[in-house]
Design a protein around this ligand. Structure first.
Ligand code: ZN
Length: 254
């Protein structure tokens, strides 16, 4: 099975197919399992009836299990969108990180598990030349539908260890904010900035439930101390810094 040279187990999933239209892995997508145990998750990901799979599963002890060949399309993203791309499964590698999830007493990610995720993620992005800003959460590509791996996942640590794109969140407090029900040019500018970063959001100038979901997804990844879907100054400044930190994309004028 084509994949990592790091020490790992293999448990092939039948839920695979070729990547569509010659697409290749450009995104590393991180999930949590949301199940009671890694064993249950593994069985589910190998069950043809589940119609789900991923390339790798990382359990709480940092044990890595490969389930799908990296050349093949695994079924982990579902209905999703990033930078205009809707077939995320065809252009990504998916890692399921075992965690019981928000419905089962969302747990901290143990040290051994985080170390394994970092090592595996670095190995994957190096071999596939995946850009730092293409290391994403499931919640980023499916806001409003998914919240994994969630706000306890340590994106700062990933970045410090050379994986993913991240800037220190701007401090809370002060300034004006935008929230559901608002409309106008400031909302349009916010939507344009989120779309420029990659989020699937329509630029309408009206702050509706969709915009709230995307702002929440952004906060869960980049400003996790407060996830309320309100674009306060801290949220907007963090987004602006993030766009500034992209090498080749200029920030849209506001
Ligand atoms: Zn997921």
């Amino acid at each position: 099975m084509k994949g990592t040279s790091l020490r790992h187990h293999v448990m092939p999933s039948p839920n695979v197919e070729p990547r569509q239209k010659g697409k290749t892995a450009r995104i590393l997508l991180l999930h949590y399992t949301g199940m009671e145990s890694a064993e249950t998750a593994c069985a589910w990901l190998c069950n043809p009836a589940s119609k789900v799979s991923c390339h790798y599963l990382v359990d709480c002890d940092g044990r890595i299990t490969q389930m799908v060949d990296e050349d093949l399309r695994a079924w982990h993203a579902g209905r999703s969108l990033w930078k205009g791309e809707r077939d995320i499964n065809s252009c990504s590698i998916g890692i399921e990180i075992h965690n019981p999830g928000h419905d089962r007493g969302y747990a901290d990610f143990p040290e051994k598990q985080m170390a394994a995720v970092v090592a595996l993620g670095r190995d994957i992005v190096a071999r596939h030349a995946i850009r730092p800003e293409h290391v994403l959460a499931h919640s980023d590509v499916a806001p409003g539908r998914k919240i994994d791996p969630g706000e306890k996942f340590d994106w700062k640590r990933l970045h410090e260890q050379g994986l993913g794109h991240w800037v220190p969140p701007h401090r809370l407090g002060g300034g004006q904010f935008l929230q559901q029900g608002d409309s106008g040019e400031a909302v349009e500018a916010l939507q344009a900035m989120l779309a420029l970063y990659g989020y699937g959001i329509e630029i309408t100038g009206a702050f509706g439930p969709e915009t709230k979901s995307v702002v929440s997804a952004f906060q869960r990844h980049f400003r996790p101390v407060r996830i309320d879907g309100i674009a306060d100054r801290s949220t907007i400044e963090t987004l602006r810094h993030l766009l500034d930190a992209l090498p080749e994309v200029a920030v849209a004028p506001t």
